[in-house]
Every structure is written in C-alpha cells, then in structure tokens.
Design a protein around this ligand. Structure first.
Ligand code: BV8
Length: 269
C-alpha cells in the first residue's frame, strides 16, 4: 500500500501497461463541480441525512419531502458543469480500448463530460418512474411545477429512477460491473467512501483477481490498507496529471499509437 500525493513513475508504468482498465467512481468525483457528496458535511439537507431520505419508506411517508430533496439536488446538478476529473476520465477512453466506467453517482456528469457508456449502478436523477405502471421516462423539469410530480398517463406518483437503500441494484448493470472487476488488470477508484454495498465490493473483487487497484481520494477509506496505492488529493487535480503521464508513456511505448490508430481505422470503417 503506497500512500502519497505524488504519482510515482512505477505507478504510471504499471497503469500504462494495463490492457483492461476499469474506473469506479463515487460522489467525490463530482464534488469539484459543486455537487454535494453523500457523507460529507454538505450531505445534510434540512437536517436529514441522505440515508434517511433515499429510501422507499421515506417516500411512502412523505413523497413531497423526498421530491423536494431531489429537486434541490437536480437544481444544483443542472447548474453544474463536469470538472477536470470527469474530463480526464472521458479521455481515458482514447487511451484504453474497451475502458469500463462504473459509477455510483446519479448526476449524469460523466455522460456530459463525454464518457460514452457509464454503467450507472444507482440509476439516474434525470429519469423518473411511474409507481403504478413502472414506466421510466426522462424527466428534466427543475424546479418541479407539480410537487410531488404525477404520471401524465395514469395520475399515480412518479418516483426518481434511482436505487434507494434496501432496494436491489439493476441486475444487468451490476453483473456487467462484476464481470469488469473480475477481468480487469487495473482499476482506478475515484472519490468514494467505500461504505455502500454491494457497489463497494467491486474494487475488492478486482484486487482479489490480481488487478492493480489505485484509489484517488481526499481522505483515507476502508480500501486504503487493502489496495496498491492511495493518491491523496482532489480528483480534479490528480486525474489530469495521471492521465497525461499515462498517455505520454503509452505513446512512447507505441501503445497509444496502436490504440488511436485502431480507433481511427474503426472510425474510417
Ligand atoms: C441493497 C442513489 C439488497 C440514491 C445510493 C442495513 C440496513 C439496510 C441496508 C443495509 C444495511 N447495511 C448495509 C446495507 C446495504 C446498503 C448499504 O450499503 N448501506 C450503507 C450505508 C451501510 N446498501 C443498499 O441498501 C443497496 N441495496 O443492499 O439491496 C437487496 C437485494 C435484493 C433484494 C432487495 C434488497 C442499495 C445502495 C444504493 C443506495 N443509493 N444512491 C440517490 O443518490 O439519491 S447510494 C449513494 O452512496 C450514492 O449513490 C453515492 O454515490 C453512494 C456511495 O457514496 P460515495 O459515492 O462513496 O459518496 P460519499 O459522500 O460517501 O463519499 C465521497 C468520497 O469522496 C469520500 O471518501 C471523500 O473523501 C471523497 N472526496 C470528496 N471530495 C473529493 C473526494 N475525492 C476526490 N476528490 C474530491 N474532490
């Protein structure tokens, strides 16, 4: 376990040799975009914790309160821009063919930064689901005109299309994530406190399967003693430097060329 704010040449070498890279992100990757993290001091809202509000029980008890919390977050996210960490992660797709991005976040900022197919383990705050027909639609209206919003087809309550505590993760998304963690040879774990299960098991699956696992976080997490390295600092500062150095090294080794050339050939076909 290597603890440093500096990025060692050895780490850059190990990551640049990887053939199958997975990036796994949590709320910390969006913190520099001004989006409150879940368990940081800004995670409280009207003295409620996220764990209290992100549940089917809370919604059952007071759908208006829960929708007010989501509307508050949607307004912040609508005004937010992807930050340098999101953009650096999007750039990794040009460096590693078949890169897999798995996120616990529901803010959609990876997609807005250019990542082509983030696996959203916990759903997306910009979709809503009818509680009666279970139909899912894009739902971008913020602030909400109707509180709580109702299905235009049947009048039943809409709910955010996210995974609440006590609810199962989308099976296909989690299976794809587990397969990626089992088969990768390197994983970057960015901005997660590693407490929410089963998502937080993925870096341990990668480590168990022999991958090089590197955490980027402003603080220690339960992973820190179990993985190869923790780069201590803000993702928006560390990731652009790390990605740049990996690209340089792969370019120097002719690996980037082959990937990009492959990409260009793919693009021309
Ligand atoms: C399930 C969507 C089973 C909603 C989220 C007891 C009772 C009930 C359940 C449980 C229990 N014990 C355990 C559980 C399981 C539970 C769980 O794990 N609870 C935890 C709290 C202990 N899990 C579940 O309930 C899951 N479902 O188990 O179902 C089941 C199976 C079959 C059938 C029925 C049921 C569902 C979990 C999903 C919950 N939904 N989000 C919404 O967003 O509104 S989780 C929520 O937490 C977000 O998705 C968030 O992404 C995720 C993880 O948090 P983090 O991303 O890590 O964010 P956090 O704020 O914690 O940390 C931020 C980190 O970033 C910090 O480390 C910080 O240092 C760092 N940071 C900050 N700034 C920066 C930075 N790093 C770098 N740069 C920076 N600038």
């Amino acid at each position: 376990m290597e603890l440093s704010s500096g990025i060692s040449e050895d780490l850059v070498a190990r990551l640049s040799r990887a053939e199958h890279l997975v990036v796994f992100t949590g709320a910390g990757v969006s913190q520099e975009s001004g989006v409150p993290t879940f368990r940081g001091p800004e995670g409280l809202w009207r003295n409620h914790t996220s764990e209290e509000l992100a549940t089917a029980d809370a919604f059952e008890r007071d759908p208006e309160l829960v929708w007010d919390w989501y509307d508050y977050r949607r307004q912040i996210i609508a005004d937010a821009e992807p930050n340098a960490a999101h953009r650096a992660i999007a750039e990794l797709e040009d460096i590693y063919e078949g890169l897999k991005l798995i996120t616990q976040n529901v803010d959609g900022l990876h997609g807005r930064a250019g990542s082509s197919s983030p696996i959203e383990l916990h759903g997306n705050i910009w979709r809503a689901r009818c509680t009666r027909e279970l139909t899912v639609r894009q739902f971008l209206e913020t602030p909400l005109a109707q509180r709580p919003p109702r299905c235009e087809a049947c009048g039943a309550l809409l709910r955010p299309d996210v995974v609440w505590f006590g609810e199962p993760l989308p099976v296909k998304a989690f299976e794809a994530s587990r397969r990626a963690a089992e088969s990768c040879d390197a994983m970057l774990v960015v901005g997660t406190s590693a407490v929410v299960r089963p998502a937080a098991s993925l870096p341990l699956v990668a480590k168990h399967n022999g991958a090089t696992v590197v955490e980027i976080n402003t603080g220690y997490t339960p992973f820190s003693v179990l993985i190869d390295a923790t780069l201590m600092g803000a993702a928006g500062g560390i990731l652009p430097e790390l990605v740049g150095r990996i690209a340089e090294r792969r370019d120097a080794e002719g690996r980037l060329e082959s990937t990009v050339r492959g990409g260009e050939e793919r693009g021309s076909s």
